[in-house]
Design a protein around this ligand. Structure first.
Ligand code: VGL
Ligand code: ZN
Length: 198
């Protein structure tokens, strides 16, 4: 009973028609739903920002989406407004089999800090609590799928590997944003930390 499937941010805003749509983001739904059956635990993450979140370009006068900015905790991409708490865009895609989930973990709710990773906010120190949940349940082997490969899946996989979990990313059940080579950099970074990419 050590195998957990972690489904990252399969939400309307990351799917076609959404505010931060990832190309083909909805194509992974049937495969993710089918994969849930093979795991001891299923965990979903949900990007969950307050309106006016500091990661939104609209919160920074004169800035546009996909530009970089400096936050107190380091460089940060400015995003279109997305996954605002309680909106339809923040809801899971209607075809995601959410009933099977043991835990739904929300992230990005602090107005001042973005949180790509399911484990730590972008200051790389504030924990979400997911590590404790996994350890207390004895879930040591993690498989990650979802959106987006090069941001939230990547940051989650890297943190999990650094924390000592055994980590597999099923790339065929992920889709990427790919800003300025971010997908290639993510794949290399994950591989260097021993994340299995399959
Ligand atoms: C994500 C950008 C901003 C993701 C979340 O889920 O990969 N990307 N917020
Ligand atoms: Zn976000």
């Amino acid at each position: 009973m050590t195998q957990a499937l972690i489904v990252i941010d399969v939400q309307n805003d990351f799917c076609p028609g959404g505010a931060l749509a990832v190309a083909d983001g909805d194509a992974i739904l049937p495969g993710i739903n089918a994969l849930m059956e093979a795991f001891d635990a299923v965990i979903l993450t949900q990007d969950w920002h307050p309106a006016g979140h500091s990661s939104f370009a609209s919160a920074h006068a004169g800035r546009t989406a996909y530009e970089m900015t400096e936050m107190p905790y380091g460089p940060q991409v400015l995003w279109p407004d997305h996954c605002v708490q309680g909106t339809d865009g923040a809801a899971f895609h209607p075809d995601l089999a959410t009933t099977r989930a043991d835990l739904i973990i929300r992230k990005g709710f602090d107005p001042d800090i973005d949180s790509y990773s399911a484990f730590f906010e972008n200051d790389q120190t504030t924990p979400t609590g997911l590590e404790g949940y996994l350890r207390t349940r004895g879930l040591t082997d993690l498989t990650l799928v979802g959106l987006a490969t090069d941001f939230c899946v990547n940051y989650s996989a890297v943190d999990a590997a650094r924390l000592g979990f055994s980590v597999t990313v099923r790339e065929n059940l992920c889709r990427a944003i790919d800003l300025d080579g971010s997908l290639a950099a993510a794949r290399q970074g994950m591989a260097e930390l021993g994340v299995r990419l399959t």
